[in-house]
Design a protein around this ligand. Structure first.
Ligand SMILES: [Zn+2]
Length: 68
């Protein structure tokens, strides 16, 4: 856990609570990203099988950028 950024006890408690849940929240976010990547894949004809936009679709590009 990083060094506290405030000497306030309330801020310190909030930091502890934030970091206590961070691992679960990052795992949940990663699962959502993986699910979105699986949804948006090429259909074999240069379009996205999920949203029908030209491949690679904007959703796939943005998710890939976030995961890079
Ligand atoms: Zn798509």
């Amino acid at each position: 856990m990083p060094a506290p950024t405030s000497s306030s006890a309330l801020s310190r408690i909030n930091d502890v609570a934030f970091y206590a849940h961070a691992r679960e929240e990052v795992s949940a976010l990663a699962a959502v990203c993986a699910h979105l990547v699986r949804l948006h894949h090429p259909d074999g004809e240069e379009s996205c099988a999920s949203c029908a936009h030209p491949w690679p679709c904007a959703s796939f590009v943005e998710i890939s950028r976030l995961l890079a």
